[in-house]
Design a protein around this ligand. Structure first.
Ligand SMILES: Cc1ncc(COP(=O)(O)O)c(C=O)c1O
Length: 351
């Protein structure tokens, strides 16, 4: 069935990949009989136990359908006169069509960055007018882990952020659409990366790592938990058949499938980056610390390569391109890609 669609592999996004077979299996297993709706069923309870095992006993998971909804809802306790400090590359700033501004009413205070990471030392101007009625009042810091450019904050950097945000009475949010890839790269547990740091809220992604449109807001602290369920319902993200979102996270967390998936894509990305040493014409823009490669390609190579494997040319100049490695990438695909690059090099001189 659907053979006419062609079944290709893409470097465009980890959203381009399908659903992990284990997730499909668990979805199918959950598809029996009737169960209570709106998170009141037995599978949601079992999955809650998995979340507590993986993230710590205080975690409160609330499923949503998209990463954008997860981000906006994680910040839903903000008032309209407050502000979120984030990097100028942050997904909430550049890729969510103003959803945070629309739904929170709050301001995003952006901080310049080269690689998506920001530091507490950059927050001075945002915090300079506390109590001033003419000025938006910073209330949260949002960090993307790994960043939109594939870099990871270290545990020490995150701890520094927690110290700083506590001192300044700011909430700490992680946009963890690919948090599992950061955990795999840093070789730390998801607990160390979240409750271990003392973060307030995390947008924990599943879709980019083999789930079928399932994301979850993880709430760790009392202020973050307060009234959350009302905000989610108002935002139209309360699923009636919640068991099918829970089933996917059950598969993801059970026996640490998330780690298997994240190690797979992250190590393929790293190995591909090493293999690219063969091509003096290709330059990595950033070290590979997740499942993303950012490469400067010779201009003449981009079009012919994109015909073989789709990928995005990224803002940032110098023919910067993003290659995303999905959970179902293989050595064979890497070898085929390298072969394509060799062919393109023969036909299209770099200069
Ligand atoms: C870092 C990051 N956060 C959030 C999102 C939002 O996810 P969605 O497209 O499901 O709203 C994305 C999507 O690409 C992302 O890369």
């Amino acid at each position: 069935m659907f053979e006419e669609l062609g079944f290709n592999y893409s470097l465009g996004s980890d959203n381009h990949s399908g659903v992990h077979p284990r997730v499909m299996e668990v979805l199918s297993a959950a598809n029996r009989g009737h169960a209570h709706a709106y998170g009141m069923d037995e599978l949601c309870r079992l999955t809650l136990e998995e979340f507590r095992r993986v993230f710590g006993p205080e975690v409160e998971p609330h499923y949503v359908f998209t990463g954008t909804a997860a981000n906006v809802l994680c910040l839903s306790s903000l008032k309209s006169f407050e502000a979120v400090i984030c990097s100028e590359e942050a997904h909430i700033h550049v890729d969510e069509c103003g959803a945070p501004e629309k739904f929170l009413g709050a301001k995003l205070w952006t901080v310049p960055t080269r690689d998506g990471k920001i530091t507490p030392a950059q927050c001075g101007p945002a915090l300079s007018r506390g109590g001033d009625q003419h000025f938006s009042q910073p209330r949260a810091v949002s960090l993307t882990q790994p960043t939109e450019l594939g870099l990871c904050y270290t545990l020490d950097e995150l701890r520094e952020w927690r110290r700083f945000t506590t001192e300044k009475n700011l909430m700490l949010h992680l946009d963890g659409a690919r948090l599992v890839n950061a955990a795999a790269h840093l070789n730390v547990s998801l607990k160390e990366l979240t409750s271990g740091i003392g973060v307030d809220v995390v947008s924990f992604g599943g879709t980019k790592n083999g789930l079928m449109g399932a994301e979850v807001c993880l709430l760790f602290t009392k202020p973050a938990k307060e009234n959350f369920k009302f905000y989610r319902k108002q935002a139209m993200q309360l699923s009636s058949k919640t068991r099918f979102l829970a089933a996917q996270f059950y598969a993801f967390l059970k026996d640490d499938l998330w780690l298997e998936i994240a190690r797979h894509s992250t190590s393929h990305a790293t190995r591909l980056s090493h293999a690219l040493n063969e091509f003096s014409e290709i330059r990595l823009a950033h070290p590979v610390q997740s499942n993303a490669l950012f490469v400067h390609l010779p201009k003449a190579w981009i079009a012919p390569l994109r015909k073989k494997y789709f990928f995005y040319v990224w803002p940032g100049g110098e023919n910067l391109c993003r290659w995303m490695i999905s959970f179902d990438w293989t050595d064979e695909l890497t070898n085929k890609l390298l072969e394509e690059i060799r062919e393109v090099r023969k036909c299209f001189p770099a200069a």
